[in-house]
Design a protein around this ligand. Sequence first.
Ligand SMILES: [Zn+2]
Ligand SMILES: [Zn+2]
Length: 184
Amino acid sequence: MSSVSASDKSKPYMPLAGGASDGCSNEDEATATCFCGAVQLKFPTQGPGLIDVFICNCTDCRKITASMFASNFIVPNTHLTHIRGRENLSTFSQSHTIATGNSMTNYFCRTCGTLMYRVSSGRPDASVLRLGTVDDFNLHETKLKPRVEQFVKDRVAWLHGAEGVKQVEGNHYARRPEKRDARL
Ligand SMILES: [Zn+2]
Ligand SMILES: [Zn+2]
């Protein structure tokens, strides 16, 4: 049956989504593609190349996703491959709204506007990718299921916390200096 919820979770499920039709996913790696297909990335789906997967309800994430929250995952730059379209990425940075005072640089596809990843000046060696750009939709529910939901204090009242996901009132990463690996 062709639906996201009824898909066989034991193998990749790549429904018709956007302009690309060449994503891939295997035991260790998967692709993420922008809506028009011009930009494609490859990343590891487990540690050490996958640092964390999280949901963020902060006020910036509403604006930047044009939605109510963002779903992200963190990959060290050493483990991130630009398959195509790196030259098609535009950047926008600012530090005005970032509580830690760091500046966040956003990398967008200049053709379709999809935000592919963000990089913090506090952690320039890692990129924060977007779960929704991952081509194998089954990974959203399996290996890339979020582990943390942060800025719960800013979540809209008509949404409830993600099931089985650690709930954190504010910034999980900046508040826990002992978790250096995942700090943004
Ligand atoms: Zn695009
Ligand atoms: Zn956020």
